[in-house]
Design a protein around this ligand. Structure first.
Ligand code: MSP
Length: 512
């Protein structure tokens, strides 16, 4: 089941929130993985979307004098425009307000309800409720009587709810994670999940009657589905659970749910238990990254530390943005954003690194060979470049499969560093002055251009624009999209005579 397709998902984002670079961190990481998987020939399906129900949305709509649906219709483009500028290549975008999702939520609820084990039951819920979180808190959770996240007063609420019998699933969840340790990564998150389960699981409430902006509970439509049975179900909605059994058989279980560590409990405890209760397979892997910090603090909408992605894209450009967050922070750990470190990375790795390599090689080709790729006539002139490339691409692949995104990029930039060093060693600018060194010059520039070809392919998943620009400058006929790894990494792929052009520099230097 589900093995034909590489199905990767990100969380669906709360439509009512304003996008910030923390959200974009999850999305860029997934896009990097999805593009890499396509490059190695996998049949990828990449899903994202927006989470559009709940009391908070209903109240905001009311305050703005529109219906909840009109309200989310007006908000959802704020998310898509960010993904568009970040070159996010999702294959499907789900809104929880779509009919296909209503069908899937009703279907999973009914399946759990009817599973013969009484896994959904009615009860009374009473507690202190934060509207902004859409969550109940205990007295102990509160900070000076206020919501620990929003710092605002909570409300006493009491209502009839349906509950999901999560407590019955502890053993099966432990078995699942013992048999499949990589089902939750990285290790710190696995340990956290195991101790959550071992600490005892409590049933959770899955419906509300205090508002009606949500998916009705199929057997009792006075209730609407509350948060997690609605939100998490998006993943199977998109895989065709309610309306496309053939697709569902190909795509489910998802290969990776990529999430931030704040929602581990829901993805790695609630969700597999919900699926088991409905007779469905749990996801193959939940991969939880760390927080992006600004000035040492988690960004949040209420603390005014939220930075909109456009603020950075306008200055650094899309490729530099994508590269920075994946290269700077060890994926899985918390990491700090700063304007200074972003400028440094841009200048060191992109302007001086890859950009300078490309512009030097293309300029020498233009000046000495009228842009045409010369023949590699001197045996061995390429030195160790082929083996360096081979080794780096192997490491790149292993790291990408393991979702070690930072070392994956380090591996690719080993090629950049080696190629720049190669130029320093071979000094083609000196060879160019001596007609007797013409053969060696040809050979050195062939090797350098060939390395650029491989680099254009290798960086395409992280910097699609620069890769395309470099590819165009190299003048290679076949489209970049048609390249596959590892085949495209084999030395000698660049045809002699290919007409290169010296174009604009890939990454202009930025002032500190
Ligand atoms: N709607 C729920 C998810 C439902 S999934 C079935 C939700 N949405 S969210 O918009 O609050 O968060 C979406 C993603 O953004 C999560 O992966 C979250 O971890 C990520 N981030 C939000 N702020 C973040 C940081 N400051 N740093 C890193 N990622 C963070 O939760």
């Amino acid at each position: 089941m589900g093995r034909d397709v590489f199905f990767i998902t990100t969380p669906i984002y709360y439509a009512n929130d304003v996008p910030h670079i923390g959200h974009a961190y999850t999305e860029v990481a997934s896009d990097f993985i999805a593009r890499y998987r396509r490059l190695r020939g996998d049949d990828v399906r990449y899903l994202t979307g927006t989470d559009e129900h709940g009391l908070k949305v209903a109240r905001a709509a009311e305050e703005n004098g529109v219906t909840p649906r009109e309200w989310t219709d007006s908000l959802e483009p704020r998310w898509r425009e960010v993904w568009q500028r970040l070159d996010i290549s999702y294959d499907d975008y789900i809104r929880t307000t779509e009919p296909r999702h209503y069908e899937a939520v009703a279907k999973i609820l009914q399946a759990v309800h009817d599973n013969g084990r009484d896994d959904i039951y009615g009860g009374t819920y009473e507690g202190l409720y934060c509207v902004a979180c859409e969550a109940y808190y205990t007295e102990d959770d509160l900070i000076e009587g206020n919501c620990p996240i929003h710092g605002r007063p909570v409300e006493q609420m009491r209502e009839q709810n349906y509950f999901f019998r999560l407590s019955a699933y502890a053993d099966r969840l432990l078995e699942h994670y013992t048999a499949n340790p990589s089902a939750i990564e990285p290790e710190a998150r696995r340990n956290e999940v195991l101790s959550l389960i071992e600490g005892g699981l409590q049933d959770f409430s899955i419906s509300r009657t205090t508002f009606d902006w949500g998916v009705p509970i199929p057997w009792d439509p006075e209730h609407v589905t509350y948060v997690w049975f609605d939100a998490l179900t998006n993943y199977i909605t998109a895989a065709g659970y309610a309306n496309d059994p053939e697709r569902f058989a190909r795509e489910w279980p998802a290969n990776i749910h990529l999430i931030g560590k704040d929602i581990v409990r829901f993805h790695a405890v609630y969700w597999p238990a919900m699926l088991m209760a409905a007779g469905l397979e749990p996801p193959t892997q939940v991969w939880a990254h760390g927080y992006l910090l600004v000035g040492g603090e988690k960004m949040s909408k209420t603390k005014l530390t939220g930075i909109h992605p456009f603020d950075l894209i306008d200055h650094f450009g899309t490729d530099s943005y994508r590269y920075y967050f994946m290269r700077e922070i060890s994926f899985g750990q918390d990491g700090n954003f700063s304007w200074e470190s972003m400028t440094e990375r841009h200048n060191a790795d992109l302007a001086n690194g890859l950009g300078n390599l490309a512009s030097r090689v293309l300029a020498m080709l233009a000046n000495n060979f009228d842009g045409a790729v010369p023949e590699p006539v001197t045996p061995g002139a390429e030195g160790d470049l082929p083996t360096v490339i081979d080794d780096a691409l192997r490491r790149y692949d292993a790291h990408m499969i393991a979702v070690q995104l930072q070392p994956a990029l380090v591996a690719v930039w080993d090629i950049v560093a080696r190629a720049n060093h190669y130029l320093v060693e071979k000094e083609p600018w000196k060879l160019a002055k001596d007609p007797a060194s013409r053969d060696e010059l040809s050979s050195v520039l062939y090797a350098s251009a060939e390395t650029l070809r491989v680099l254009a392919v290798a960086v395409a998943p992280i910097m699609p624009r620069a890769a395309q620009a470099l590819w165009a400058q190299l003048g290679i006929d076949e489209p970049l999209d048609a390249q596959r790894l590892p085949a495209a990494g084999v030395w000698g792929g660049l045809a002699v005579g290919t007409k290169t052009t010296k174009g604009d520099s890939l990454f202009p230097r930025l002032e500190a």
